[in-house]
Design a protein around this ligand. Structure first.
Ligand code: NAD
Length: 455
């Protein structure tokens, strides 16, 4: 039997044994996961640095600490989430108990992306454990150091019969996907998402797809452009733009465009100095393929800010492009790198039409202090999430569902939404033998009459 098959079968056997069901087991594993993160922050940060020169600050801020926060809030609420949820009674069940009970689904497959290799594998795992499931974890091969560290640490800290980790690339993932799971959570590109969805369909496995796309920004002249530029650039420069919810392109008028360019030059200098490539705080593109994919965007439009690149270091400076056309490559593909094209629009209405002519984005950012503009865009567009006057923050708020819509994804997770995603919601009626209840419900028994129908 292959190692993959034996790990999956063991997880299925372990789930069937009931080991993962109790509150005590779930909390123990979650506390172990927290210990894993607390005791190995430096090891994880080193792996992230080796894979794509992510700074220590970003490693803690966007990966390690976010997962710890998710664990803390899950532990805080878990008992309450596991309780049967009372639902409203109808006349027929007036004297009975009507409930929704959450039961674990079974063995969940989590396939992670490389860009936040700790967060995007361990954050779903928190919900999987909390809901009482077993989990097969497949980190991305594109960040190999992180994949190995995640595997080694999970094997040291968690019950590996319940939560096996399988490292590997397309061949291994394809083999994993031939097996039947009770749910699959996939984070990655829309094209591979389709493959995962098809594999799930063969076994009627429900699938959560956390995909990507082009997340637009609308910027108008009501805001403090310097501050707005700071927040937009932060969203674009964190992880060198290799963030699924990074602002992909900006829509604004010509006047605002010039203010954004001037402000961006100042901000980039403030943050990274004269030569961005010398800054310890600015990450690199993850590998040569991705470098070439992002570098080709520098040929579209005109470079208004940045534009420097060094292939041997996989460095691309934060870059603003003007004069791009809707049909240019930079406007057709997800950028997933530190290049920010600006598209000129004359009004919020024009921006709405532009957004709606394209695939539904994962996120949408509105920079305007005008409540009418905010509401107009909110009410006339569809996206996985919206942040008004900032970027990326939605990922860190675990009381919000995180997910896409249309081409940017199916389903969502984080906090209670993870717990629900990885639980079956079982409808339960606990009926009793109350004589008054029986008299009311007794109308259902034959012999039937029109009088009974009107009851
Ligand atoms: P990807 O789709 O190339 O890979 C994701 C996972 O799928 C990896 O684990 C990989 O091993 C596996 N995989 C790759 N090819 C496969 C195949 N043919 N069959 C089966 N499995 C296969 O994505 P990526 O490059 O790791 O990540 C970048 C993409 O992910 C971007 O589009 C980004 O927007 C998106 N993303 C989305 C989120 C989100 O939460 N919505 C988060 C991060 C990244």
């Amino acid at each position: 039997m292959s190692e993959i098959k034996s790990k999956i079968n063991k997880a299925k056997e372990t789930f069937a044994s009931g080991r993962t069901l109790s509150y005590e087991f779930r909390t123990k594993q979650l506390l172990q996961l927290k210990r894993l993160l607390q005791e190995n922050g430096e090891v994880l940060a080193k792996a992230l640095h080796e894979d794509f020169k992510k700074s220590k600050f970003e490693s803690y801020f966007t990966e390690i600490n976010l997962v710890i926060g998710e664990i803390d809030s899950t532990l805080h609420h878990l008992k309450e989430w596991m309780e049967p949820e009372k639902r409203e009674n109808s006349l027929v069940t007036f004297f009975d108990s009507v409930q929704v009970r959450r039961e674990p689904l079974g063995v969940i497959l989590v396939i992670g992306a490389w860009n936040y290799p700790i967060n995007l594998t361990l954050c779903p795992l928190v919900g999987v454990i909390a809901a009482g499931n077993c989990c097969v974890l497949k980190p991305s091969e594109v960040s190999p150091k992180c994949a190995d560290v995640v595997k080694n640490l999970i094997e040291r800290y968690l019950d590996t019969e319940c939560y096996p980790v399988i490292v590997g690339a397309v061949k291994e993932t394809s083999e994993i996907l031939t097996h039947k799971f009770d749910h699959i959570l996939f984070t990655g590109s829309t094209s591979i998402g389709r493959i995962v969805y098809e594999a799930g369909a063969k076994n009627l496995t429900p699938v959560t797809l956390e995909l990507g796309g082009k997340s637009p920004v609308y910027l108008d002249d009501s805001v403090n452009v310097k501050l707005a530029a700071k927040r937009i650039l932060w969203g674009k420069c964190v992880n060198a733009g290799q963030t699924c919810i990074a602002p992909d392109y900006v829509m604004c008028n010509k006047d605002v465009e010039q203010k954004l360019i001037d402000a961006s030059k100042e901000i980039i200098q403030e943050w990274y100095g004269q030569d961005v490539s010398k800054s310890q705080d600015y990450p690199r593109i993850v590998n040569d393929n991705h470098y070439r994919r992002v570098a080709k965007f520098l040929k579209d439009g005109q470079i208004a800010v940045g534009g420097q690149s060094k292939e041997e270091e996989r460095f691309i400076a934060p870059t603003l492009l003007t004069g791009v056309q809707p049909g240019d490559q930079v406007m057709s593909e997800e950028i997933f790198g530190p290049v920010l094209p600006i598209v000129n629009v004359g009004s919020a209405k024009e921006a709405i039409d532009f957004i709606n002519s394209r695939a539904k984005p994962l996120s949408l950012y509105i920079f305007s202090t005008n409540p009418q503009v905010q509401e107009l865009i909110l009410n006339n567009t569809s996206s996985g999430s919206v942040v008004v006057n900032d970027t990326l923050l939605q990922f860190a708020v675990d009381t919000l569902p995180f997910g896409g819509v249309g081409d940017s994804g199916i389903g969502h997770y984080h906090g209670k939404f993870s717990f629900d995603t990885f639980s079956h919601k079982k409808a339960v009626i606990l009926k009793n033998y109350n004589p008054i209840g029986e008299a009311i419900a007794g109308a259902r028994y034959p012999p039937y009459s029109d009088k009974k129908l009107n009851f």
